[in-house]
Design a protein around this ligand. Structure first.
Ligand code: ZN
Length: 99
């Protein structure tokens, strides 16, 4: 399966930095050249236009008698919504709201 929902993304800079750290520690020229090759290939991958997924949870606000998003503070009448309609955070974090 390769649908958009099952894809995982990594930051290119993070991946290259990991390989760079390996290269800094490696002791053989052959390994260093190999790791240069890996980093060069990573550098050629196409860039995906993806936004980092935010995760949050609903917090009960007795003052407002509403649920408050842990990420943006947006208010919601009910806490069953899996996504905050204000900031788009996925409400799948463990929090006091679901206790
Ligand atoms: Zn929110």
């Amino acid at each position: 399966m390769d649908s958009i929902t099952t894809r995982k993304y990594v930051r290119r800079e993070d991946a290259i930095s990991r390989f760079q750290k390996l290269k800094d520690k490696c002791e053989s020229l052959r390994d260093a050249i190999y790791l240069d090759g890996v980093m060069a290939v990573l550098d050629t991958l196409p860039i995906a236009d993806v936004a980092e997924v935010q995760h949050g949870h609903w917090i009960w606000s007795p003052h407002h008698c509403k649920w408050e998003c842990s990420e943006c503070g947006g208010m919601e009448g009910e806490c069953e919504s899996p996504v905050c309609k204000w900031c788009g955070a996925r409400m799948d974090q463990k929090g006091e709201g679901k206790a």
